[in-house]
Design a protein around this ligand. Structure first.
Ligand SMILES: Cc1cc2nc3c(=O)[nH]c(=O)nc-3n(C[C@H](O)[C@H](O)[C@H](O)COP(=O)(O)O)c2cc1C
Length: 173
């Protein structure tokens, strides 16, 4: 547990990234962390795209213009398919986004644990991405993860320590 908590606290959004090829066995471990994630009703409506060809990278970089995305030589895109996700019968809530977020979070923690760095990118032009990759059209595109190594000057932003106190975020009934 101590190990898990220290990983959860040490992980931060790294916005100073050095690119470079990601070793195949490292990438496999990240993808495995996503593959073993739980999903509602085990429907597994989540897809991970590994974007590493120069042509595909150029399309992703046009849709997400952060410098740390531009620096990456490999980007993971995570999408969730509402038509395959579990729907709660009481109120019709579709769990696709929730499932996608769990897969994405497990990969994000694995990336840090493996000594790489990333930032969860939600601020991207999903329509532009879908125009470049039509297979993404039916998916809710949840996250991009540029993969790389933390630059020497990389450090957590001030927001990393900025969390609501437990008294505010936890309710005891
Ligand atoms: C769903 C989601 C979307 C995010 N989108 C972006 C983004 O587009 N660009 C960015 O710089 N950071 C993005 N972040 C990172 C958050 O700003 C960051 O997690 C938060 O400020 C806390 O900092 P920390 O990750 O260093 O602990 C996103 C995080 C999440 C969970």
């Amino acid at each position: 547990m101590e190990e898990f908590l220290s990983l959860a606290k040490a992980r931060y959004s790294c916005r100073r990234l050095n690119g470079g090829a990601i070793p195949a066995e490292t990438l496999e471990k990240i993808l495995e962390a996503g593959r073993c994630a739980p999903t509602a009703h085990n429907n597994q409506p989540v897809k991970i795209w590994v974007i590493e060809s120069p042509e595909a990278l150029a399309e992703v970089k046009a849709a997400a213009q952060f410098p740390f995305v531009q620096a990456a030589d490999c980007v993971l895109a995570v999408g969730a398919l509402p038509s395959e996700a579990w729907v709660r019968p009481f109120d019709g809530k579709n769990f696709a986004d929730v499932d996608g977020a769990i897969v994405a979070t497990q990969m994000m923690l694995a990336i840090h644990d493996l000594g790489l760095a990333t930032t969860w990118v939600g601020h991207f032009d999903a329509d532009k991405l879908k125009a470049a990759f039509p297979e993404m059209i039916p998916y809710d595109m949840i996250a991009l993860f540029p993969l790389g190594w933390p630059a020497e000057e990389a450090k957590p932003s001030r927001l990393h320590e900025d969390r609501k106190p437990a008294e505010e975020s936890v309710a005891r009934l």
